[in-house]
Design a protein around this ligand. Structure first.
Ligand code: SF4
Length: 510
């Protein structure tokens, strides 16, 4: 894998301009910091344009619309058909790709981009995507949303055969599998590589001849196809098509690989057919409310989630208040269904970004107040239904409830717009270890006591399925991935099993 040595390629992998993450440890908003909204974090957003004069600028805009899927780093690789141009930086898309000179360096009519929130791999530049490699047949870049569940085992095998890894990102495994494949054309080698990997992936890739989009056989992570002025666009979500004025064509289907060249678009089905298991948490929290994912508008699903929650778990209250922003659509749905007033009883400060450095202990102790403030005028003397999308560790919920009570609420009834999060995700979402998930350790009653609410209720798993338009969860053949609520993982967890198998040995050794 070459990053900056090939004379045809220009690479700008700049650590200096936006390296607050690297310098200061976990940035604000990252798990484990006081500013963490106590949410799961989506790992990545991917985007690509084939056949447009302004491919790189459009990609920067598309990544900007996907910023919610990853705020740690972003990168674009472009190509004019023979040469490749790389810009990969630590920082927000808007900070990294604003300067015209950076876009001018990204020449060519094809570009792919990636915005990253790291789960696997440390927050260092080697792990920033798109990853680029110079194969015998030419350059190849790949941007990946998801997580492989057998990357470590594959990596060991590859290293045994002489592969030298330059990053700790599991995406590099795909590159090495392509490099070492004995198949002929690039697409065949890519398919050969993808058939060996397990887990979740939505991939946008680029080579001299065109652009590739692919979703894993279960379609765990989203990927859509759009068109703009005859150019093809691939994006994690439709909100990234909207920003550049592209029209939505269709979702890339689970197990589908599209090859986009000057000759048009070709659809391949290189995998064994499988029943799709799209990530249901995309509907609960990850995707942007204005996106349409697998035919469903996220905002509408979230409102229906709120309505289901109100039917399942009514509360004796005067008003419905969301924990903004993620709880807002569900709170609107809840309020409408329960015929209660909806009020913004908590106001969110949108400017607590990743750049907020935690200088002193006293600032750090302010915790959630940096991000959320109670709106006393709405809360005083009121019985409040508080709506949040999920509870991960419970630490933020505790502080928010305290804040709402301090502002004069007489009762706080917490309603959660998803079932209890009991299990870790291994498919590209940053989750704490199972033991850190409060719902894996405590019953609903115990969580209610811990976060000090008058009552607490979660949406049922069937209620969640009803909100996305199903009759309920089909226990024998679940229609979605819902493993973080059920522990029912739709793929093998090869690395995880190996890790668990090894634990006793490590424990004895220490
Ligand atoms: Fe989505 Fe949860 Fe499945 Fe992860 S485990 S892919 S967050 S539903």
């Amino acid at each position: 894998m070459t990053m900056d040595t090939h004379h045809h390629n220009t690479a700008h992998d700049d650590m200096t301009a936006h390296d607050d993450t690297a310098q200061n440890g976990p940035a604000a908003g990252a798990p484990g910091t006081p500013f963490d909204g106590d949410h799961l974090h989506e790992e990545c957003g991917v985007f690509g344009v084939f056949g447009h004069e302004e491919a790189a600028a459009l990609t920067a805009l598309g990544l900007h619309a996907l910023q919610h899927r990853g705020q740690e780093a972003s990168g674009i690789v472009s190509s004019d058909g023979s040469d490749f141009f790389l810009e990969r930086h630590i920082g927000l898309v808007g900070d990294v790709f604003t300067h015209p000179s950076i876009i001018e360096r990204l020449k060519g009519r094809t570009a792919i981009g990636h915005t990253r929130y790291s789960t696997t791999g440390a927050p260092v530049l080697q792990n920033v995507q798109p990853m680029f490699a110079e194969f015998a047949g030419g350059g190849f870049a790949v941007a990946h949303n998801g997580n492989l569940t057998n990357a470590r085992v594959l990596k060991r095998t590859l290293q045994g055969r002489g592969s030298i890894f330059q990053s700790t990102s599991d995406t590099e495994t795909i590159i090495h599998l392509i490099a070492t494949s004995n198949r002929g054309p690039l697409i065949d080698r890519l398919v050969d590589a993808l058939r060996q990997i397990e887990g979740a992936y939505a991939i946008v890739a680029l080579w001299g001849g065109g652009m590739i989009g692919c979703r894993d056989p279960l379609g765990v992570r989203p990927l859509v196809l759009g068109q703009l002025d005859g150019a093809y666009v691939l994006a994690s979500e439709t909100c990234a098509l909207d920003i550049i004025g592209a029209h939505y064509v269709r979702d890339i289907e689970p197990g589908e690989l599209v090859v986009i060249t000057e000759g048009g678009i070709e659809s391949l089905r290189p995998f064994q057919p499988a029943r799709p298991r799209f990530c249901i948490f995309e509907y609960v929290y990850f995707a942007r409310p204005d996106s349409i994912v697998e035919g469903r508008n996220i905002y509408s699903v979230r409102k229906r989630i709120g309505a289901e929650l109100a039917r399942e778990n009514p509360a004796p209250a005067d008003l419905v208040v969301p924990v903004p922003d993620s709880g807002t659509p569900a709170a609107i749905g809840y309020a409408q269904e329960a015929s209660l007033p909806f009020e913004l009883g908590i106001i969110r400060n949108h400017y607590v970004g990743r750049t907020f450095i935690q200088p002193t202990d006293s600032i750090r102790r302010m915790g959630v107040k940096l991000k959320h403030n109670a709106n006393r005028a709405m809360l005083e003397g009121k019985r409040v239904v508080l709506i949040d999308d999920s509870i991960v560790r419970g630490t933020t919920s505790l502080k928010i409830v305290e804040m709402v009570r301090d502002a004069g609420a007489t009762e706080v009834h917490m309603r959660i717009a998803s079932p209890p999060t009991t299990d870790s995700c291994f498919y590209g979402v940053d989750t704490p270890e199972k033991s850190k998930l409060i719902a894996s350790r405590m019953s609903v009653e115990e969580i209610a006591a811990f976060i000090k609410v008058d009552s607490l209720a979660f949406l049922s798993i069937d209620g969640l399925y009803r909100a996305v338009g199903e009759a309920g969860r089909n226990a024998r053949e679940p229609q979605f991935c819902d493993a973080c609520f059920t522990g029912d993982y739709p793929t093998r967890l090869t690395d995880r099993q190996e890790e668990l198998g090894r634990k006793p040995l490590l424990a004895r050794a220490s």
